[in-house]
Design a protein around this ligand. Structure first.
Ligand code: KIV
Length: 268
């Protein structure tokens, strides 16, 4: 495991050397401790928080205050990974001044080191303004959950040439605006490959195939913790919900049968 603190510059060198970048989400202190110790490159405090922690149907109700609480908890558990916070719904689309102020809050109050902004060409000026303020920005194109009311639910992008051209234009706009990396969500493998080859900044894929410079997943999905989520692009590395239910049932049975607490858990 590399002990080097991850920075945007470290990620750029990884892309140059062809080394894959690893990223996962976290919303709390103990998960951040585990990710940091496991050697992840990037921890994203995603606005997926809305669904997988707060129980909302989508990301649209997540507020700056929700994000800041969880960002601070994650920051306390991390020393090595690059900490990126999602800019939640409306936090950077009302005005550019608002966007810079809110991104600044993620750094000053949330103890983050970078922010993620959803959108392509339409968000390029906002990305530039945030970067000029001294805040590293990660872009996010393809399926963008904050546009779900406008464009509908998760669907693969880049299936025909006009769609690929649009994605290439968005990716180039985000790079030119000064982003240090870009998330590609739910693109065909071929479209993601073309973008990864064209951009000099790292592409971090989710549901976009193996040719991206790195990969990200929602941690609760890959751990099988939040059972409602089941997407083709998610590999389940564990069955946490299964483990938890087994443990909860055993506890309930042992308490009911008077087997817990035993002598070893009691003070004489
Ligand atoms: O909110 C989130 O977790 C994300 C990832 C899916 C990239 O944006």
């Amino acid at each position: 495991m590399s002990q080097e603190k991850t920075t945007p510059e470290v990620l750029r060198r990884k892309k140059e050397k062809g080394e894959k970048i690893t990223a996962l989400t976290a919303y709390d202190y103990p998960t951040a401790l585990c990710l940091n110790e496991a050697g992840i490159d990037i921890i994203l405090v995603g606005d997926s928080l809305g669904m997988v922690v707060l129980g909302y149907p989508n990301t649209l109700k997540v507020t700056m205050e929700n994000m800041l609480d969880h960002c601070r908890a994650v920051a306390r558990g991390n020393s090595r990974a690059l900490l990126v916070a999602d800019m939640p719904f409306l936090s950077c689309t009302v005005s550019i001044a608002d966007a810079v102020r809110n991104a600044g809050r993620m750094i000053q109050d949330g103890e983050m080191e970078a922010v993620k902004v959803e959108g392509g060409t339409d968000m390029a000026r906002t990305v530039t303004a945030i970067v000029r303020a001294g805040i590293p920005v990660m872009g996010h194109i393809g399926f963008t959950p904050q546009q779900t009311l406008r464009y509908g639910r998760k669907r693969v992008r880049g299936r025909d040439r006009p769609s690929v051209e649009k994605l290439l234009g968005d990716a180039a706009a985000v790079e030119e605006a000064g982003a240090f990396a870009i998330v590609l969500e739910c693109l065909t493998e071929a479209a993601a490959k073309e973008i990864a080859e064209k951009l000099s900044i790292p592409t971090i894929g989710i549901g976009s195939g193996v040719h991206c410079d790195g990969q990200i997943l929602v941690t609760t999905d890959m751990l099988g913790f939040y059972e409602a989520a089941s997407f083709k692009h998610v590999k389940r590395y564990a069955d946490l919900a299964g483990l938890m239910k087994t443990a909860f049932k055993e506890y309930i049975r042992e308490v009911q049968e008077g087997k817990f607490p035993g002598k070893e858990h009691s003070f004489q």
